[in-house]
Write a protein that binds this ligand. Structure first.
Ligand code: AMP
Ligand code: GLY
Length: 427
C-alpha cells in the first residue's frame, strides 16, 4: 500500500525531509512560503501557515494523509500534532504538552531536575526582571540569560561571551519577557545528537556541529544556524571516546521519563571539561542538522515513520559513512536586518555532486525571492570532512551575490580550532 505523507513546513530542513521520503510515498506539503524544492517533490502543496492547526488538519484529511511529519517548532507549539492526532492522522512530532521540552525553557530545566536527567547546569527561573538583574549582580561567574519562550535561537545572551553583565541587564529591562532562566555559562564545544523516538524507544543519528554565530570566526549575533558538519562515524573530531555515548544516555533518560513522546528528540550539548552538558532540547529535527543527517541515512525514513505509527519496533538505522558539510546562504543583513524580498537566482546546474536545499525563499511567477530567514543551503559529502567541504564550496558558485555565506564552516582550520579548544579545556 502506498502511504500518504503530509509534510508541514517550508524550510531547508523540510526540503531534506521531503527528499528522504518522496520516492517511497505519496507526498503532500503545506507551509506559509512556497519552497520550490518541496513543491517539485510533492504531489500537492497548499499555502497554509504552519501554526494554523485546524487548517493543517483539514488539509491532511482532504489529501487522505496517513502520517504527518512536522518540521518547525512553531507548529508543535501551536498544537498541530494534537490537531492531526485528533483527526486520525499519525503525527511524527510531539503534542504541544511534550513539545514544552523545547518551547518552555523553564519547564525544560525543571523537567530535567525532576526526572533526574544527567547534564543539567545550575539554573534559576525568574518571573521578575528586576530580581533577575539582582541575581546577575550577585552571581560569581558568567551566566546564560534565556527567555523561556521560542525565540528562533536568537533570544539567548551569554555573559562573558556575547554581552557584558550590564548589557544583559539592559537587554532584560528593554524586553517584554515575562519569564527568564538564568543558568551557569557552560564552556566548551557544542554538538547535536538527534534521535527518532516512538513507542518508548529511540534510534540515534551521527553527532553534528552547527555554527550559530552569523559571521566567520564565530563572530556576530546568534542565528538559526549558518551551517554544520558531520564526520564519517557517529562522533566528531573534537569529541573523545565516550562523549557520544554520554549524550545518548541523556536522550535515553528523557525518553524513559516521557514514554509517550514521538517524533525527533534533538539534544544540544556543550562538551565541557566534565563531559557533555545539556544546552537545550528541541522537539524536532535541527535546521540545518536535518540536511546533514537525512542524506546519509540509508534506512528508508518512511520505514521509521510507519514503524512509529504501527507501534512496531523502530528499525535499526544504517548510515552511508560519508562526512557532510552544509553551508547556508542567507539574505544580506541576516539575522538583525535581513534584506527580505530580494530577487535571487540559484543556478541548480552548477551544484555538481553536492545537494541543494531550498529554505525560506518564496517562489513567485517571476522568480525566487528572499524572506527574513535563511535562503538555501548546499551540502557536500565525501570520505572526509575536507572532501565534503570542498564539494560544498564548489557548489556555492550557484549562490550569486545577494546572499551571505560562512565559508569557514567545515574547513580544516576551524575544525582544528575546535580540537585545540577541547584539548586546552581537558588539560
Ligand atoms: P538555546 O536557544 O538554549 O539553544 O541557546 C542558544 C545558544 O546559546 C546555544 O546554542 C549556546 O550557544 C548558547 N547557550 C545557551 N545556554 C548556554 C549556557 N548555559 N552556557 C553557554 N552557552 C549557552
Ligand atoms: N540548528 C539549531 C536548531 O535547529 O535549533
Amino acid at each position: 500500500m502506498t502511504e500518504t505523507v503530509l509534510l508541514v513546513g517550508g524550510g531547508g530542513r523540510e526540503h531534506a525531509i521531503a527528499r528522504a521520503v518522496a520516492d517511497d510515498c505519496a507526498l503532500y506539503a503545506c507551509a506559509s512560503n512556497r519552497n520550490p524544492g518541496i513543491r517539485r517533490l510533492a504531489d500537492g502543496f497548499e499555502a497554509i501557515a504552519e501554526t494554523d492547526a485546524e487548517a493543517v488538519a483539514d488539509y491532511a484529511t482532504a489529501v487522505g494523509a496517513d502520517i504527518a511529519v512536522i518540521g518547525p517548532e512553531s507548529a508543535l507549539a501551536a498544537g498541530v500534532a494534537d490537531a492531526l492526532d485528533e483527526v486520525g492522522v499519525y503525527a511524527f512530532g510531539p503534542q504541544a504538552e511534550e513539545a514544552r521540552l523545547e518551547t518552555d525553557k523553564a519547564y525544560q530545566r525543571e523537567f530535567m531536575d525532576e526526572a533526574d536527567i544527567p547534564g543539567c547546569p545550575d539554573y534559576e527561573v525568574f518571573d521578575d526582571v528586576e530580581a533577575a538583574c539582582e541575581y546577575i549582580d550577585a552571581y560569581d561567574g558568567d551566566l546564560a540569560v534565556k527567555p523561556t519562550g521560542l525565540t528562533g535561537g536568537k533570544g539567548v545572551k551569554v555573559i562573558g561571551d556575547q554581552v557584558t553583565s550590564g548589557e544583559a541587564k539592559a537587554y532584560l529591562r528593554d524586553s517584554d519577557y515575562e519569564r527568564v532562566v538564568l543558568e551557569e555559562r557552560l564552556v566548551g564545544e557544542e554538538f547535536t545528537v538527534q534521535a527518532f523516538v516512538a513507542n518508548g524507544e529511540l534510534r540515534t543519528t551521527p553527532a553534528v556541529q552547527d555554527h550559530k554565530r552569523a559571521y566567520e570566526g564565530d563572530e556576530g549575533p546568534n542565528t538559526g544556524g549558518m551551517g554544520s558538519y558531520t564526520d564519517t562515524g557517529l562522533s566528531l573530531p573534537f569529541m573523545a571516546e565516550g562523549d557520544y555515548d554520554a549524550a545518548v544516555d541523556v536522550l535515553e533518560a528523557v525518553v524513559d521519563a516521557l514514554p509517550d513522546y514521538k517524533g525527533v528528540l534533538y539534544g544540544q550539548f556543550m562538551l565541557t571539561d566534565a563531559g557533555p552538558k545539556v544546552v537545550e532540547f528541541n522537539a524536532r529535527f535541527g535546521d540545518p542538522e536535518a540536511m546533514n543527517t537525512l542524506p546519509v541515512l540509508e534506512t528508508p525514513f518512511l520505514d521509521v515513520l510507519t514503524a512509529a505509527r504501527d507501534d512496531d519496533a523502530l528499525p535499526e538505522l544504517s548510515f552511508s559513512g560519508e562526512a557532510t558539510v552544509c553551508k547556508y546562504a542567507v539574505p544580506d543583513g541576516y539575522p538583525t536586518d535581513p534584506d527580505a524580498g530580494a530577487k535571487i537566482a540559484v543556478d541548480e546546474d552548477s551544484v555538481g555532486d553536492a545537494l541543494l536545499y531550498y529554505a525560506s525563499v518564496d517562489e513567485r511567477d517571476d522568480g525566487l525571492y528572499t524572506t527574513t530567514s535563511r535562503s538555501f543551503a548546499v551540502v557536500g559529502r565525501g570520505d572526509s570532512i575536507a572532501t565534503a567541504e570542498a564539494q560544498a564550496e564548489d557548489a556555492l558558485a550557484a549562490a550569486g551575490d545577494r546572499v551571505r555565506i560562512r565559508h569557514d564552516i567545515g574547513t580544516a582550520d576551524l575544525v582544528q580550532r575546535r580540537i585545540d579548544h577541547m584539548a586546552e579545556l581537558r588539560e
